[in-house]
Design a protein around this ligand. Structure first.
Ligand code: RIB
Length: 310
C-alpha cells in the first residue's frame, strides 16, 4: 500500500491575464473551488493508475472538508486516516493561473497544521509499503512518520515542496527525493552546496552528499535523475500540443512515480511514466481532474524517447 501523509486543501482557482505585482489588484472573471492540497493531489494521482493508496491528513468540520473527502473516496483514495479538526477549518489555497498556463499559489494551512504522526498506525508501514510525504504539514510530524517508515523498512519518497530548510538528519531517512529546479537550488543553499554548472550536476551532488536518489523535475525541459552511486539519466518532457494548466503537474509526477515504484517498476520506468503523466495533466484545466489513467499514460509512452545518461 502507498501511504500519503499529506495536506488537504480546498483550492480557489482564479484565471488572471498576469499575476499582480506588489501593491496591485488584478481582476479574474470567475473562480472555481476544487479539491486540492499536495497530499490529496498526489494520493489521487497514485490511485488513478490503480495503486492501493491511503491518505492520512486532517480537514475541518466543514463543507469543504466533506466535499473533498467525498471526492477522494469516489476516486478510490482510502480516507479512513483523515481526521477532522474541531478547531481549525479545512486548508485553503488560492491558485492563480496566468494566460501562459503558469501558476502561483498561496496556502492557508488550517487543519493541516494539526496533523499528527500518530494518525499513521505503525502496522501499515513496512517493507511492502511506500510512504509519500511533502512539506505542507508540520515538519516535526513529517519527521516522526518518516522515521517510523524508515525503521520498518518502508521506502520513503519525499517531495520537498514547498522547499523548507530541512535538517540533514531528516534527509538521511529519504530514499527518493523529488524537487523542482527552484526547490533543488533552495535545498543546495540550505546544505551549503556551491553553485553547480547545471541541474544534472546539482542533482548528482545532492544524491551523493545525502545518499538519496535525487529526481529534479524541470517542467518543459523534462527531468533529471541522479543516484547516490554516481549513475544518472534524464528524459525530455512529453511533447504536448498546448500547455493549458501546469498547476498540480508536480503532484501528478510524485503520485504516479510512487505508484509505479510500489508496483515494482524500475526507477527508470517509474520516472518515464511519471514524466508522461505530468505532461498529460498540463493539457487540461484543473488539477485532480486532469490526472491521466494508466491507459492514457501507456498510449503516450510510445512517443517518449529512451533515457539519456548524465
Ligand atoms: O501543488 C498544487 C497544490 O498546492 C494545490 O492543490 C494547492 O492546494 C497547494 O497545496
Amino acid at each position: 500500500m502507498i501511504i500519503v501523509f499529506g495536506s488537504i486543501n480546498m483550492d480557489v482557482n482564479m484565471r488572471v491575464k498576469r499575476f499582480p505585482k506588489a501593491g496591485e489588484t488584478v481582476l479574474a472573471h470567475s473562480y472555481t473551488m476544487t479539491p486540492g492540497g499536495k497530499g490529496a493531489n498526489q494520493a489521487l494521482a497514485s490511485a488513478r493508475i490503480g495503486a492501493k493508496t491511503a491518505l492520512v491528513g486532517k480537514v475541518g468540520d466543514d463543507g469543504a472538508g466533506l466535499r473533498i473527502l467525498n471526492y477522494l473516496k469516489r476516486h478510490e483514495v482510502m480516507t479512513s486516516g483523515v481526521a477532522t479538526s474541531e478547531e481549525m477549518p479545512t486548508g485553503m489555497a488560492t491558485v492563480m493561473r496566468d494566460s501562459a498556463g503558469e501558476n502561483s499559489i498561496v496556502v492557508a494551512s488550517g487543519a493541516n497544521a494539526e496533523v499528527n504522526a500518530e494518525q499513521v498506525p505503525s502496522n501499515i508501514l513496512g517493507a511492502n509499503n511506500v510512504l509519500l510525504c511533502q512539506m505542507e504539514l508540520p515538519l516535526e510530524q513529517n519527521a516522526l512518520v518518516m522515521k517510523t517508515a524508515h525503521d520498518t523498512g518502508a521506502k520513503v519518497v519525499m517531495n520537498l515542496a514547498p522547499a523548507i530548510a530541512i535538517p540533514k538528519q531528516l534527509l538521511a531517512l529519504v530514499d527518493y527525493l523529488i524537487v523542482n529546479q527552484i526547490e533543488a537550488e533552495q535545498l543546495a543553499k540550505t546544505l551549503k552546496i556551491d553553485a553547480q554548472k547545471n541541474t544534472a550536476s546539482l542533482a548528482q551532488k545532492l544524491a551523493k552528499q545525502n545518499n538519496v536518489t535525487c529526481i529534479v523535475t524541470m517542467g518543459g525541459k523534462g527531468v533529471v535523475v541522479a543516484e547516490p552511486n554516481g549513475k544518472g539519466f534524464s528524459f525530455p518532457a512529453l511533447k504536448i500540443k498546448q500547455v493549458v494548466d501546469t498547476a498540480g503537474a508536480g503532484d501528478c509526477f510524485c503520485g504516479t512515480f510512487t505508484a509505479c515504484l510500489h508496483e515494482g517498476r524500475t526507477l527508470m520506468a517509474a520516472v518515464k511514466m511519471a514524466t508522461v503523466a505530468s505532461g498529460l495533466s498540463c493539457q487540461t484545466k484543473g488539477i485532480m481532474k486532469s490526472y491521466p489513467y494508466l491507459s492514457d499514460i501507456e498510449e503516450a509512452m510510445e512517443t517518449m524517447p529512451e533515457a539519456v545518461s548524465i
